[in-house]
Design a protein around this ligand. Structure first.
Ligand code: XMP
Length: 320
């Protein structure tokens, strides 16, 4: 049983000192890998690892082909400014082949998990000689996995999986007692910029979690563009998280007076503190109108845009 540190009981500086000590003593004089996605969790963990291990931490950004527009460039530039070298690992075709033909949400997650942990990190471990993987698992990831709601891609021990046996390395999870609000405080205290510590959550399975049905490079391109528009248009709301989802079913639309059997995009925008419960933000019609107009004009093939007004629960934040 993991002991939660509630945000009101968290002293970020003390937490950082303690975790840096723990990482140093685990890894000894060896090497560790950090898999940086640019999200607040993996960024905070990378900084803790960097403080503990310096050059003995190898930080990688896995270009899996399912990230958002400009994501790798942004992440590398933020971390270079902080003195952390990030190597980009090209793995797009590997992820797309693993996802080929899969429709079932949990099977998609599993394909991504296996590709990340077995294939890509397995290779990086061999290449670097590292025996440890630092990972930004937080308590909510574990709760939802154990409850059988969604298998978060980064949870193993609680499912009876020993990463050392399954993948050949040990996993260190310094943030596992915290929830998102606590992680944000640690991220700020460890020197990360606001663009990171305030960054909205983004799922490990990335844009593949925002596609209902098959994940192909062409469908990723569509949801990536809809995501970029949604993130720009909703940036000024104080929402916890906002996202665009590409649906599987097509619907009849009309364009230039002709029938256009086209794609549907669903927008969600959430007010939440810790993602355990969430309510749809009461967006104005002005904002919704602009979103619809931009998405139907700028994203090829989209003839329908909906805004979801169902709270979590019974909805969840992501669609798969
Ligand atoms: P749900 O959809 O379960 O999401 O209400 C709760 C929070 O977790 C994020 N999320 C994920 N994060 N791997 C992750 O790393 C996943 O498989 C995953 N699924 C959901 C989601 O974006 C939200 O912030």
């Amino acid at each position: 049983m993991i002991k939660e540190i509630k945000v009101e009981d968290l002293n970020p500086q003390e937490f950082i000192e303690q975790k840096v000590k723990e990482i140093s003593s685990f890894v000894g004089d060896g090497l560790a890998i950090s898999a940086l996605s640019g999200g607040v969790d993996s960024s905070a963990v990378t900084m803790l690892g960097h403080k503990a291990l310096g050059n003995r931490l190898k930080t990688y950004f896995i270009d899996n082909g399912i990230m958002r527009q400009g994501e790798s460039e942004q992440v590398v530039s933020v971390f270079n400014k902080l003195g952390v070298k990030v190597e980009i690992i090209e793995a797009q075709s590997e992820f797309f082949s693993a996802l080929r033909g899969i429709v079932n949400p949990e099977k998609k997650r599993e394909a991504i998990t296996q590709t990340f942990y077995k294939e890509v990190f397995g290779r990086l471990r061999k290449k670097s000689g590292a025996k440890y993987l630092l990972q930004g698992t937080i308590l909510t990831d574990i709760d939802e996995t154990v409850a059988g709601i969604k298998r978060q891609h980064n949870v193993f021990a609680q499912l009876g999986i020993d990463p050392e046996k399954a993948f050949g390395y040990k996993i260190i999870e310094p943030l596992v007692q915290l929830r998102k609000d606590g992680v944000r405080q640690v991220a700020k205290a460890v020197g990360l910029p606001a663009s990171i510590f305030n960054r909205m959550p983004f799922p490990g399975p990335a844009l593949a979690a925002r596609i209902i049905g098959k994940v192909t490079p062409a469908r990723i391109k569509i949801v990536r563009l809809a995501t970029a528009i949604t993130e720009t248009e909703l940036a000024d709301t104080d929402a916890f998280q906002y996202l665009a989802i590409l649906h599987q079913d097509k619907v009849t639309g009309i364009r230039d007076g002709k029938r256009d059997f086209g794609l549907q995009i669903e927008i969600r925008c959430w007010d939440s503190i810790d993602a355990r419960t969430a309510r749809p933000t009461r967006l104005s019609y002005e904002i919704l109108d602009r979103l619809v107009s931009r998405i139907t004009n700028e994203v090829p093939g989209v003839v329908s845009v909906t805004y979801n007004i169902t709270p979590k629960s019974p909805s969840t934040i992501e669609a798969i």
